[in-house]
Design a protein around this ligand. Structure first.
Ligand code: UDX
Ligand code: UDX
Length: 430
């Protein structure tokens, strides 16, 4: 099939390249000229394992291109995915300006197209948005009718950063919220080569499934962090407890890693947006609010432990290992490391940070802290070390690597060090 994808963030680009790998012809559209040039030269604007290699492959095989020209993309394809960002406003509600813009642009482009075309919302949007914003804008600007002249659907993404292409190819499930049977069947055909259950729903159920998934996962993390905070005070290793409960099939053994809390481009904004929607319709979502409040405090737990050793941080050299919100990405959106750096700077600590991929992004927020070329460089002469992302690279650190610190105070915010290789370190919840 011929597919266009509007918005080349990590979701749009991975979806586009993913469909091209499966043999479809894909045109990715973005308003950012720089991104388009990079993508067409075979270089991904974001770090995502496997992406560069596959991008080069599908470009070479002429099954993929990127453009700024949405009219061209709509004309040349049968189906368009909207995957522009849906950030939070300062009050936590969803900011739909990019969705509004993309649906107007699609509407304008569809005005000049005679053939049937399907528009699919991939971005995470609150129940009602596809029908009340996207459909409305497309109809207004194209002068056409959904169901009659064009198809419409919502097909949420469940791609984890760092594993996006794997998740694209091996999804746990595919959710299709169709406006009508024709749209649903068309999209079902698109996914016929995937080995996953397909759930067909109406549009607003599909929209809600995405929020409910992220709310559940975020809640699971806050709950294990809360258990972890209690375990820490009782001298119990939370990870042993997590293993013990994970065997219970009703709980499951995934997503039970306690630490400094969840970050990223999805959980924080999606839980906030769901709370904001619930309030708008007169419901007070108590658990969801607590999911956030546990998560907001969690990064500071590591600083409380640090202060046990160094009550006054002024002038103390702190080595930070890991900045990205999770490993295998250069993304620092809502990363717990940001809150930790802010607090350390407030207390006048001297920071040297190292991350294998995320330092350039962090430099735009904190241009004045020091950045190291490798872990050893960050650790040299440090008064303490905080580990904030569980990069594989840190798993190999040994006692010898830490011996160049001034004081060997090591605190893990994510479970990563090997007890056989490093002595005397502690974890935020263990
Ligand atoms: C995505 C989803 O869209 C979001 O809803 C989901 O919850 C998380 O993942 P992400 O891929 O991280 O967001 O988006 P972002 O990195 O913000 O990229 C969006 C892209 O769309 C940008 O490259 C931007 O330039 C582009 N864009 C935005 C357009 O091409 N057209 C527009 O009108 C607006
Ligand atoms: C998430 C969802 O998993 C994905 O389905 C959705 O579509 C986009 O949002 P992502 O944010 O890329 O993906 O990463 P994820 O692996 O879910 O981790 C999110 C955050 O939770 C990270 O900061 C991670 O460190 C944290 N986390 C995850 C924990 O603290 N403990 C865990 O057990 C798992």
């Amino acid at each position: 099939m011929k597919i266009s994808v509007i918005g080349t963030g990590y979701v749009g680009l991975c979806t586009g390249v993913g469909f091209a790998i499966k043999g479809h012809n894909v045109i990715c559209v973005d308003i950012d000229e720089k991104k388009i040039k990079m993508i067409n030269s075979g270089k991904s604007p974001i770090y995502e394992p496997l992406l560069d290699g596959y991008l080069k492959k599908v470009l070479k095989e002429k099954r993929f291109e990127a453009t700024k020209d949405i009219d061209y993309a709509i004309k040349k394809t049968d189906i368009s995915f909207i995957s522009v960002g849906t950030p939070s406003r300062p009050d936590g509600s969803i900011d739909l300006r990019y969705i509004e813009q993309a649906s107007k642009d699609i509407g304008n482009a569809l005005k000049n197209k005679n053939d049937y075309h399907i528009v699919v919302v991939k971005s995470t949007v609150l129940p009602g948005t596809t029908e009340n914003v996207v459909k409305k804008n497309i109809e207004k600007f194209s002068l056409k009718k959904a169901g009659k002249d064009f198809g419409l659907a919502m097909n949420p993404e469940f791609l984890r950063e760092g594993k996006a292409l794997e998740d694209f190819s091996n999804p746990d499930r595919i959710v299709i919220g169709g406006f009508d049977k024709k749209s649903t069947n068309f999209i079902e055909k698109l996914y016929e080569k995937f080995d996953a259950p397909i759930l067909k729903t109406d549009i607003k159920t599909a929209e809600m499934i995405k929020y409910a998934s992220n709310a559940f996962l975020a809640a699971k993390i806050s709950l294990i962090n809360e258990i972890g905070n209690i375990c820490k005070k009782l001298g119990i290793d939370t990870y042993e407890v997590a293993k013990g409960i994970g065997y219970d099939k009703r709980i499951g053994d995934k997503f039970l890693n306690s630490g400094i809390g969840y970050g990223g481009s999805c959980f924080p904004k999606d839980v906030k947006a769901l709370i904001s929607k619930a309030k708008e319709i007169g419901y007070d979502p108590k658990i969801l609010k607590d999911v956030i409040s546990v998560n907001e405090k969690q990064p500071f737990m590591i600083l409380d432990i640090l202060k046990k050793y160094l009550p006054n941080l002024k002038g103390k050299k702190i080595a930070l290992l890991g900045l990205a919100f999770k490993p295998d990405t250069d993304d620092i959106r809502e990363a717990p490391s940001i809150k930790i750096i802010e607090k350390l700077l407030e207390e006048k600590a001297v920071i040297t940070a190292y991350d294998p991929k995320a330092m350039n992004n962090m430099k735009s927020i904190f241009p004045k802290i020091m950045y190291a070329e490798n872990p050893k460089h960050a650790l040299k002469g440090a008064d303490a070390c905080l580990i904030l992302t569980e990069w594989d690279e840190f798993k190999n650190l040994t006692e010898k690597d830490f011996s160049i610190m001034k004081n060997k105070i090591i605190i893990e915010g994510r479970r990563v060090l090997d007890k056989k290789k490093v002595k005397n370190f502690e974890g935020v919840c263990w």
